[in-house]
Design a protein around this ligand. Structure first.
Ligand code: ASP
Length: 597
């Protein structure tokens, strides 16, 4: 090799050793007589000292070196002079006294600083992603991603899983998003679809007798790009035969606990993982992906609200809704502007607003609070007793702000979830060192798609109903629960899976309920239905989003920061300039004609 050591390996233990190093010029300091260069390789930085008395040629070459030049040097590991040591750097006690040096490659001035953490426009970063990835933060993210995937592979290998690749050119899969289509040249007018997930393939692998499958799988969904969504993303995809919910969840708990403790030992994993039903999660946090690193639970105060003379409350309750609330500790002094901000959040969530009740701070207990110590836009409709009861039910105290939302559960959940998240940030309730996983189970199997007058799967149509609900599936679909489980981490859904249907008749019943005709079922899923007739084992699985997981472990707020070559916010690949137009010949071959709008 052109180098004998990695920079990071050099320290006091190897003083006097002659080494050959190669890498990039991170920084150059010209002190006239002496030139110092911080040499960067993947492992880290080491200081090179060029002294003309030791090698005039090397010193001369160093004077031509600039940032990001690729260089090679040979020299001796030496102690840095007293007072010039840098204990922040792992190699900060030594330097390399350079005896010979060579420029391997010159570099233009980069479009942004590589050696400084500065804000750079994202499109510029993505265009020059190879330079962006040289930066310490991105290098760290890239490495952590690798460690996460390596941990997964090793863990599953030990548990006798085998990794099986599945095709990228397949047929539309019903995961609920839009497909990416690939036109076929051989069959003009026909298309492959890129997999939204390997769902059907992993189930077929169970029929094939694989028993324990996993894959680091690429999935493609044509959805609008967001901070935690990309057109193509990576999942840890798992499927197992002869399992029930607990088996899959326990496997995930072991895997993710070990993973975080191994790659991020400075973080604390809350053990055992919290388990909530969908109903509990919605009731207590207004969300099926709650951030459990802080409390601020939602409480139901409908009974108290109903006894008030406040129309807003009464109407909501009469229309089948409820009045629910949260408490923001220490926020009684909120200004009108701050209260307006809360109302704005509620309005964006679809509500008319929220009712805020500020319990002024004071020495007397809540029981003795007087009306002139309470501030609220609804004050004239409430008695002091009702306010005290609200406070007690929601565990509020003097100095706190009670926030109430009235309406259908869907609405109050959305509003209070958004406000809870907002206060989580504002009141700094979140401990960033805590990793709080949670399983959510007990989801309804279907939801009503009113617009199309049909039922749709809450997750995907391969999820099995609970045994006890199978008989009522066609008669009372709204009462059927699925054997689905989600895994949530710090407010993000990071995995989802289920015990599957393995009986062909039951699978057909589900498809019919979703308003597929028998012809459509046979055309789209005939391969699966038939496979289930050849001895399908009971099976279940899960898929975890690797990008989101790594994003959270890296403390980043966008998955683009942890994907080596992501699409930008507009779903474009800026490095390559994709999507792009293609030649007329290519289109003709595919039998495609572009119609300009
Ligand atoms: N295929 C599902 C998904 O991608 C996960 C699963 O059910 O295993 O979300």
């Amino acid at each position: 090799m052109l180098k004998s050591s990695n920079n990071i390996e050099l320290n006091k233990q190897v003083l006097g050793q002659q080494v050959t190093l190669a890498g990039w010029v991170d920084r150059r300091r010209d002190h006239g007589h002496l030139i110092f260069i911080d040499l960067r390789d993947r492992s880290g930085i080491v200081q090179l000292a060029f002294n003309p008395e030791i090698s005039p040629e090397a010193h001369e070459t160093a004077s031509k070196m600039r940032s990001e030049f690729v260089i090679q040097v040979t020299g001796t590991v030496s102690l840095r002079p007293q007072g010039t040591q840098n204990l922040k750097l792992p190699t900060g006690e030594i330097e390399i006294t350079v005896e010979s040096a060579k420029i391997l490659s010159q570099a233009k001035t980069p479009p942004f600083y590589i050696n400084e953490e500065v804000e750079v426009d994202e499109n510029v970063r993505l265009k020059y992603r190879y330079l962006d990835l040289r930066r310490p933060r991105m290098k760290h993210n890239l490495l952590l991603r690798y460690q996460v995937i390596r941990y997964m592979r090793n863990f599953l290998d030990e548990r006798e899983f085998i990794e099986v690749e599945t095709p990228i050119l397949i047929k539309s899969t019903p995961e609920g998003a839009r497909d990416y289509l690939v036109p076929s040249r051989v069959y003009p007018g026909k298309f492959y679809a890129l997999p939204q997930s390997p769902q059907q393939l992993k189930q077929l692998l169970m029929v094939a007798g694989v028993e324990k499958y996993y894959q680091i799988a690429k999935c493609f969904r044509d959805e609008d790009t967001r901070a935690d969504r990309q057109p193509e993303f990576t999942q840890l995809d798992i499927e197992m035969s002869f399992v029930e919910e607990q088996d899959v969840m326990t496997l995930m708990e072991d895997l993710f606990t070990g993973l975080v403790e191994s790659v991020k030992p400075e973080l604390t994993v809350v053990k055992p993982f919290t388990r909530l039903t969908y109903e509990q999660a919605m009731e207590r946090y207004g969300s099926d992906k709650p951030d459990l690193r802080y409390g601020m639970e939602i409480g139901d105060v409908s009974d108290i609200a109903d006894s008030s003379g406040f129309e807003v409350f009464k109407t909501a309750i009469n229309q089948g809704g409820r009045v629910r609330g949260i408490v923001a500790h220490g926020c009684a002094g909120y200004s009108r502007r701050q209260l307006n901000e809360l109302n704005e959040i509620a309005r964006l969530a679809g509500a008319g607003g929220v009712v805020a009740i500020a319990l002024e701070a004071g020495d007397t207990p809540l029981d003795l609070i007087t009306l002139d110590e309470v501030k609220s836009q609804a004050l004239k409709y409430l008695t002091v007793e009702q306010i005290i009861r609200f406070g007690k039910k929601l565990k509020a105290g003097r100095g706190d702000l009670i926030i109430l939302a009235a309406g259908k559960d869907e609405l109050t959940s959305t509003v209070l979830d958004r406000l809870r998240r907002e206060f989580g940030k504002r009141l700094q309730l979140i401990d960033n060192k805590v990793v709080h996983f949670c399983f959510i189970t007990g989801f309804p199997l279907f939801y009503r798609d009113e617009a199309n007058d049909r039922w749709d799967s809450m997750h995907h149509p391969f999820t099995s109903p609970r045994e006890e609900d199978k008989d009522i599936m066609t008669t009372q679909p709204e009462k059927v629960y699925g054997r689905h489980y989600d895994m949530v981490l710090n407010g993000f859904e990071i995995a989802g899976g289920s015990i599957r249907i393995h009986e062909p008749e039951l699978q057909r019943k589900v498809f019919r309920l979703l308003k597929y005709s028998d012809l459509q079922i046979d055309e789209r899923f005939g391969h699966m239905m038939e496979a289930f007739e050849f001895g399908a084992p009971p099976h279940g699985g899960i898929a975890a989003g690797i990008d989101r997981l790594v994003m959270l472990l890296c403390g980043e707020s966008s998955i683009r920061e942890v994907i080596p070559f992501p699409k930008n916010q507009n779903a474009q690949d800026v490095t390559f300039g994709a999507p792009d137009s293609v030649s007329k010949e290519q289109l003709d071959e595919l039998g495609i004609k572009i119609i300009e709008n």
